[in-house]
Design a protein around this ligand. Structure first.
Ligand code: ZN
Ligand code: ZN
Length: 130
């Protein structure tokens, strides 16, 4: 029963809240320019999960989609602007914006993506490129 699942993450304003039926296996840093703009940050923390592991607890009316490239939609809270996840609806994967997870600090960071687009003066962590 989804009502019994504990809240795993939420947006900044708390309007969007969700549970997960299983935690993500890993977190990735994405340095691409689209993520930099979408997060307003040096890089994005992303955590791919199977879409059916995501259980929305509140805020369906706040979720807003932006198609940032063909077939790729970035979903955010329209009240506070927090990015929640991105997905390609044609695939079974949903990529959480992992900073919204309560236990993001416990998740292993496995690799970094698009490090060629990283801020030139930003020291990159010693992670493999994926
Ligand atoms: Zn919000
Ligand atoms: Zn990216």
């Amino acid at each position: 029963m989804s009502e019994a699942l504990p809240e795993a993450g939420r947006c900044l304003c708390g309007g969007v809240r969700y549970a997960l039926t299983a935690p993500p296996e890993a977190v990735f840093l994405c340095h691409c320019r689209s993520c930099q703009r979408a997060q307003g940050a040096a890089f994005n923390l992303s955590a791919p999960i199977p879409r059916d592991h995501f259980v929305l607890l509140a805020g369906a009316e706040l979720l807003t989609r932006f198609e940032s490239s063909p077939g790729k939609e970035r979903v955010f809270c329209r009240r506070c602007g927090s990015p929640i996840y991105a997905e390609r609806p044609a695939t079974p994967q949903r990529v959480l914006r992992a900073a919204q997870l309560h236990d993001v600090g416990q998740l292993p960071v496995k690799a970094q993506l698009h490090s060629d687009e990283a801020l030139p003066s930003l020291p990159l962590p010693p992670l493999p490129s994926a």
